[in-house]
Design a protein around this ligand. Structure first.
Ligand SMILES: NC(=O)c1ccc[n+]([C@@H]2O[C@H](COP(=O)([O-])OP(=O)(O)OC[C@H]3O[C@@H](n4cnc5c(N)ncnc54)[C@H](O)[C@@H]3O)[C@@H](O)[C@H]2O)c1
Length: 273
């Protein structure tokens, strides 16, 4: 029987591609998402292609729901070999001075607290099994400050640091823990924006030395490698997949100008009232 993988937020985008990749390789796939219809749809897709899996809805920032995700997985399959922490919400895009408390709290709780909750539950089983692979989807935003994304960058930086601590603590149990830091990814949402000639996407691509967005498949293949035997001695690492975008400041100038224009227009509208 195939190994068991849990992928959080796998009802769409990058997580969906990771789920399909591992299912194709014979893994028993645990789909998780907060959006029920999307989770059920991807599970049906896996089963129609001859794969195996279950869907367990859960909000990763809710500890009771995370416990249920792992309990349901263990009741069904009895093991957890790989955990991919992928669930996420987009940033709110504002200067720190304008950032509402809710934006900060929501982003930190889904990305960072959610990753922590899932890691802690996974380790309980992986330490007993004396084997396991944890892969955290971070972002290049977590490696550099990015204008307009203070909360998102801080959450991803926290995930990168947690990855390293977790790798140190769980290495003796034959568990590896790594992070992947993508740049702009060609998800269905971003491809639609690109088609509409979104300046946000065009600026990101201009600032990418290879001139290409990262594909979801490039991320799923990297996950597959990190979960493979070949990667058994790679731990505590951040694999950046961004076409070199981390070296560019294009997005900072673009976002700064965009947010200044947006703030000015909001303040003009308020004066007109
Ligand atoms: N798209 C990019 O350009 C990009 C770049 C760098 C990093 N990332 C990261 O990759 C991951 C996936 O992003 P994506 O672009 O595929 O986005 P996406 O919105 O398509 O997928 C995220 C999924 O997470 C789910 N989700 C949201 N909150 C949740 C919660 N509390 N509990 C469980 N599931 C929840 C959503 O329903 C969604 O299905 C995220 O962590 C994101 O920060 C994306």
């Amino acid at each position: 029987m195939g190994n068991v993988i849990i992928i959080t937020g796998s009802g769409s985008g990058i997580g969906r591609t990771i789920a399909l990749r591992f299912a194709k390789a014979g893994y028993r796939v645990v789909i998780n998402d907060i959006v029920k219809e999307n989770g059920e749809k991807i599970l049906a897709e896996i089963i129609s292609q001859g794969g195996q899996g279950i869907f367990v809805p859960a909000d990763v920032s809710n500890i009771e729901q995370v416990r249920n995700l792992f309990q349901t997985t263990l009741a069904e399959y009895g093991q957890v070999d790989v955990l991919v922490n992928n669930a996420g919400v987009p940033g709110g895009f504002s200067f720190i001075t304008d950032m509402p408390d809710e934006t900060w709290l929501k982003t930190i709780s889904v990305h960072l607290t959610g990753t922590f909750f899932c890691i802690r539950e996974a380790l309980k089983t992986m330490i007993k099994m004396e084997t396991g692979r944890i892969i955290n989807i971070a972002s290049i935003a977590g490696l550099m400050g990015t204008v307009g994304s203070g909360e998102y960058g801080a959450a991803k930086a926290g995930i990168i640091n947690l990855t390293k601590t977790c790798a140190k603590e769980s290495g003796p149990f034959n568990i590896t823990v790594n992070a992947i830091a993508p740049g702009m990814v060609g998800t269905p949402t971003n491809l639609k924006l690109q088609k509409k000639r979104s300046q946000f996407i065009e600026t990101a691509i201009e600032g990418t030395p290879t001139g290409c967005m990262t594909t979801p498949a490039q991320i799923s293949e990297t996950c597959f490698f990190l979960a493979s035997k070949s990667a058994s001695n790679i731990t505590g690492q951040v694999v950046t997949i961004d076409g070199g975008a981390e070296m560019s400041t294009n997005m900072d100038s673009f976002m700064a100008q965009h947010l200044i224009r947006r703030n000015k227009s909001a303040s003009n509208n308020n004066h007109g009232k």
